[in-house]
Design a protein around this ligand. Structure first.
Ligand code: ADP
Length: 695
């Protein structure tokens, strides 16, 4: 007594158990088994086992069943309906160990622990104060060992007096233990099954959600997507963009591609899909031409795709389908083709035109020249790039050219200049050069496009012409002057001789000679201006007097017109009196000449701020707006019946403008076609010495 006796389950046969016991026992066990099969909660079953075993005992048995926690460390409450709650609470969570009362030790050692007297037994040293107050004295505990050899819990029988088990008791212990093991294992299995089922369900739900999500992604993706199954590439899924790309609807689903898109025959796509399916290797295509019958009328459209054929694999790892992922790049390809064509056209044009052409970025740094440039200069882009072009410019001109073009690049205004460029033979030729800014939609300069046109020959011809005019007008001047003198002499003689008719004829000849003199004078002036040789002889003079003189002079020959003057008083001007008079004469004779239907011309002078303004108003043909800007150009004459009847070289206004300019003045025209014109010029009142003395 007082010694713990761990024993294995008793070897005695059930036949030794008393008959009535046996019956009751079996009956109880049947009920428990029934409850197990009915899926009753484990706690209830264990409680029932406790009641069942207690009912078999005549010695005041108190049954207790504990479960072992999943970590196999602590005892947890199972069922002990007859033990005091406080005791059960104290035992709950008890750590198992080699000296942990009957149950804790049994669970730890996996051996039955029979404690005859709790008050004496060393295993209870630490726990007896828990048990004794409740009058608990004997405690036999059996570990409930599952089929895998692991302890599931313990079954204990308590008595209120010291006691050892009888043979019967051992049988009962064995039977009850087995039943409890059955119940616990059944419950555990149920739990495990439930857990698996829940997990499976969760996995299924997850898989379904994944599938949905993938489906949605594919359907809504901004790309052309289809999934094909099997070796025949049967359409399983195709998103709306795919449908649109192939020009088909849902009818393609479930069909093999060869049936759904028969027009692809011979285009290599079936074969490529076959290859992906058999090899399991992804295939890609960039800007591949696909010819599709999208309208369903037998007419094939050219469409370009970037695509990926990606094999998809089943559970076994074998290819069971293909994911088609494509992007319609038709517009891109077309745009590029067009850009290439237009680039090609541009290059052909640029390289074959007679001019040099070039392009510069927004800062004016040149990045491209046409072939002609290289042919002429025998340079490379590396040498010419940016501002490298200065190397082929003439040293006398380059600074001026750079200054002017830089100013244009900065202000964004079109550029024009004429300068010599050195050819590969070392000689210079002259080029008229222009550049215009190319702007983006917002008006910002993106680049410059420039040209250089060879004007050497033109300049030579121009020079020749100028030389000829200069020589001819010089040579003509003397004989015409003498002819005029002789004519005047003859006229005098005829007058004296009383031959009025001959004198009159000579008068007409004289006026023709005057016109000739004027033409020659204009030509001479033109050559002077061109040669920079128009000399001014400045003086300060009474301007009103000059105007009156000129008006009188012109009035003498203008028989049909009356020239009226409205003159501002006492204006004095510094300048070349004769040249300024020439300007006024020009304007007045033009006013008379180009207003044959009118009978008056009005001359006005007025004093403005630091300048005097002279205007000549006529009521004649007038000048169309678009021509007004050109009338001061050299040799410009308005074409048309009316103007052409009047002789002229188109030099008068050009010379006038130059004279006014040289006096630092301004000249302009206001006119309305059919209404007449006002030609006006302004001269500074106190012209600076330098301007008046200019060469
Ligand atoms: P031209 O010797 O031909 O008159 P100008 O240089 O004086 O040369 O004038 C240039 C052209 O301008 C003329 O040919 C004429 O067509 C036009 N023009 C000049 N003045 C007038 C005017 N007052 N009214 C209409 N047209 C004019």
């Amino acid at each position: 007594m007082g010694k713990s006796q761990p024993t294995t389950s008793a070897g005695a046969s059930a036949a030794t158990v008393e008959h009535r016991h046996l019956e009751a026992l079996v009956e109880g066990q049947c009920r428990v088994l029934e409850m197990i099969t009915q899926g009753m909660p484990l706690a209830r079953i264990l409680e029932m086992i406790a009641h069942w075993v207690e009912a078999q005992s005549e010695n005041g048995l108190l049954a207790s069943l504990h479960l072992l926690d999943p970590e196999h460390q602590h005892l947890l409450r199972g069922a002990a309906p007859s033990l005091p709650d406080a005791y059960n609470d104290a035992i709950h969570g008890l750590a198992i160990g080699p000296r942990a009362g009957s149950c804790g030790t049994a669970a730890f050692t996996k051996q039955a622990v029979i404690v005859e007297d709790i008050a004496q037994d060393p295993l209870w040293v630490e726990y007896r104060d828990l048990a004794l107050p409740y009058g608990l004295r004997a405690c036999w505990s059996t570990p409930l060992i599952g089929s895998d050899g692991e302890v599931l819990g313990t079954f204990a029988m308590y008595y209120r007096h010291p006691r050892l088990p009888t043979e019967d008791d051992l049988h009962i212990i064995q039977l009850v233990s087995r039943t409890a093991i059955l119940a616990i294992e059944h419950m555990r299995a149920e739990e495990e099954r439930e857990r698996l089922r829940a997990r499976e369900e969760q996995a299924l739900l997850q898989a379904e959600a994944e599938r949905r999500r993938l489906h949605d992604i594919l359907m809504e993706a901004p790309a052309v997507i289809a999934v094909m199954r099997g070796p025949d590439h049967v359409y399983e899924l195709a998103n709306p963009l795919y449908m649109r790309a192939i020009g088909k609807g849902r009818e393609v689903l479930g069909k093999p591609i060869r049936e759904a898109l028969p027009e692809l025959a011979g285009q290599g796509f079936y074969e490529l899909l076959d290859q992906v399916y058999t090899s399991g290797e992804t295939q890609e295509g960039k800007e591949v031409l696909v010819r599709l019958d999208r309208a369903g009328n037998g007419i094939l459209e050219d469409v370009y795709f970037n695509f990926v054929y990606q094999p998809s694999r089943g559970e076994s790892g074998a290819v069971d389908g293909i994911l088609v992922h494509a992007v319609d790049v038709t517009e891109l390809v077309r745009a590029r083709q067009q850009a290439q064509e237009s680039e090609e056209r541009f290059r052909t044009l640029a390289d074959n035109m007679s001019q040099f052409a070039w392009m510069a970025d927004e800062t004016g740094s040149i990045f491209w020249y046409n072939q002609r440039w290289y042919d002429y200069t025998d340079t490379t882009l590396e040498e010419m790039e940016g501002w490298g072009w200065q190397k082929v410019h003439h040293p006398d001109h380059v600074a001026r050219v750079v200054a002017k073009i830089s100013a244009c690049f900065q202000s964004g205004t079109p550029w024009e200049d004429t300068f010599p460029l050195r050819g590969k033979d070392g000689t210079y030729r002259w080029f008229l050069s222009r550049a215009i800014p190319i702007r983006d939609a917002s008006g910002k300069v993106m680049r410059w496009f420039g040209t250089n046109t060879d004007v050497t020959e033109q300049r030579r011809l121009e020079q020749q012409k100028d030389d000829f005019i200069s020589i001819a007008s010089h040579e003509l001047k003397t004989p015409v002057t003498s002819a005029k003198a002789y004519a005047q002499l003859l006229a005098l003689r005829f007058q004296k001789a009383g031959d009025a008719r001959s004198a009159d004829l000579l008068g007409k000849m004289d006026s023709q000679l005057n016109r000739l003199t004027k033409l020659i004078a204009d030509l001479l002036d033109e050559t002077k201006i061109e040669g920079g040789k128009l000399l001014l002889q400045p003086s300060t003079f009474d301007y009103g007097k000059l105007v009156t003189e000129v008006v009188e002079e012109v009035q003498r020959t203008a028989i049909r017109h009356t020239i009226t003057c409205e003159l501002a008083p006492a204006i004095s001007v510094t300048g070349d009196r004769e040249r300024i008079g020439q300007v006024l004469t020009n304007l007045l004779t033009n006013a008379v000449k180009y207003s044959p239907g009118a009978d008056r011309v009005v001359v006005r002078t007025a004093q403005g701020e630091g300048e005097t303004i002279t205007s000549v108003r006529d009521f004649g043909f007038g000048i169309a707006k678009e021509k007004q800007g050109k009338v001061f150009d050299r040799f410009f004459r308005i074409e048309g019946k009316e103007h052409e009847t009047y002789p002229g070289l188109g030099l008068g206004l050009y010379i006038s403008a130059e004279i006014v300019r040289r006096h630092r003045g301004r000249i302009w025209v206001e006119s309305e076609e059919g209404q007449g014109s006002i030609f006006a010029f302004a001269l500074p009142l106190a012209a600076p010495q330098s301007a008046a003395a200019g060469t």
